[in-house]
Write a protein that binds this ligand. Structure first.
Ligand SMILES: NC(=O)c1ccc[n+]([C@@H]2O[C@H](COP(=O)([O-])OP(=O)(O)OC[C@H]3O[C@@H](n4cnc5c(N)ncnc54)[C@H](O)[C@@H]3O)[C@@H](O)[C@H]2O)c1
Length: 367
């Protein structure tokens, strides 16, 4: 964007917020700006019918503000459906902070962000996402109670990533049961793209099960660490999408299933942790279906993290967290079966379940 004044005629053409495809009926979007700390953040509140909008904060060096806005809109919408399909009494929201988490994140910036969260009086509750740690959430907790994902020593449920990974593993096994007739992943060739907090924990489950695991990451240090810990194979090529594999597990950022990659994919299953894996959920969901590739919907199988932080609000224990997360296996299988019977994309079948729950609650609220 330039700093020139844009004519109202030009502005009309842009439809910058309500006109975005990803806007999809958001209830509220909050732009947060603080010159002193350098904070530039956007909070997206998509839907609060089932409860307060809970979703993590991502700090990322976006190329521009449009990219940040689009990301927060897509992510907060995804949270609505994630909590709804998982059966949690939570709405969907998300926040993004524009900047480099390694060099621009300070306690002052996080506190200022927390104050903006607080100003929403609990309508939005934050947690960690990419670029955030439990320590950052502890800092936010100093200025607002509307934060989850804080350290266990401070009464929180701790790092949600291992639970997310367990849920993804369960969803992957369900997809294998559906596609191959068995949920045993031994000897299956699984590519894990992105071996950060979730990816690494997923690799551990897969290796323990006897799968042949190949890993890729933009960080050589991570690759070396995870390779030496678990004996996974480091991907040496330059086009992961064209490789022979049984299962592709996207665990880095979203939109890796797109026009450039979708026809190259040789995997029989896509099941990973990344949010918004389909660049265009309608067309790409359909192409995967037509190509016989089973897609385990991201917002369904990566719900372990939200189940974990929800425990902080509902006071349930680790056993209950694990039980709820393990149940992702059953929900995934039901949704894959439902999609087959009704000739729907798996993404749409999961969306329908989520939407039905929201509509039912809306009707109940009107009584
Ligand atoms: N942490 C959770 O509990 C949780 C819950 C739900 C969804 N998710 C989603 O799962 C994904 C991973 O989350 P995380 O917490 O592990 O993040 P993370 O930041 O710890 O890990 C991401 C990893 O991906 C790597 N990466 C980035 N771009 C890449 C690329 N082009 N190719 C290969 N690797 C690349 C990074 O180097 C990093 O190692 C994110 O999309 C996140 O939104 C996470």
């Amino acid at each position: 964007m330039t700093s020139e004044i844009i004519s109202s005629k030009e502005l009309k053409k842009m439809d910058p917020v309500f006109g975005q495809y990803s806007f999809d009926d958001h209830e509220q979007i909050v732009f947060c700006n603080d010159k002193d700390t350098g904070l530039k953040a956007i909070i997206g509140i998509h839907n609060t019918v089932l409860g307060p909008a809970l979703g993590g904060t991502r700090m990322w060096n976006y190329a521009n503000e449009w990219e940040a806005l689009n990301d927060v809109l897509r992510l907060s919408r995804g949270m609505t459906f994630k909590s709804a399909v998982t059966g949690l009494n939570l709405g969907g929201g998300k926040a993004v902070i524009i900047g480099d988490a390694k060099t621009q994140k300070t306690p002052e910036l996080m506190k200022r962000f927390g104050e903006f969260v607080h100003s929403l009086s609990g309508k939005y509750i934050t947690a960690e996402d990419v670029g955030m740690t439990t320590e950052d959430m502890d800092t936010v907790r100093e200025v607002t109670p509307y934060v989850t994902g804080i350290s266990e020593s401070k009464g929180g449920a701790g790092n949600p990533s291992p639970i997310t990974a367990y849920g993804v593993f369960m969803g992957m096994k369900a997809a294998a049961k559906f596609q191959f007739g068995s949920d045993v992943l031994e000897d299956k060739n699984v590519f894990v793209q992105g071996i950060g907090n979730v990816g690494e924990a997923l690799v551990e489950h897969l290796v323990n099960e006897g799968a042949n695991v190949t890993i890729s990451d933009i960080s050589q240090d991570r690759l070396e660490e995870v390779r030496s810990k678990y004996g996974a194979t480091v991907y040496g090529g330059d086009d992961i999408y064209s490789e022979d594999m049984d299962i592709y597990a996207p665990c880095a950022l979203g939109a890796t299933i797109n026009d450039d990659t979708i026809y190259k994919l040789k995997a029989k299953i896509v099941a990973g942790a990344a949010n918004n894996q389909l660049a265009d959920e309608k067309s790409h969901g359909l192409i995967l279906q037509e190509r016989g590739i089973v897609y385990a919907p991201d917002f369904l199988i990566n719900a372990g993290g939200i189940i974990n932080v929800y425990a902080e609000l509902e006071n349930y224990d680790r056993q209950e967290i694990m039980r709820k997360t393990e149940n992702i296996y059953n929900t995934t299988l039901e949704i894959l079966d439902n999609a087959k019977v009704n000739n729907l994309t798996t993404h749409n079948a999961a969306l329908n379940v989520a939407r039905e729950r929201i509509e039912t609650r809306k009707r109940e609220n009107l009584k």
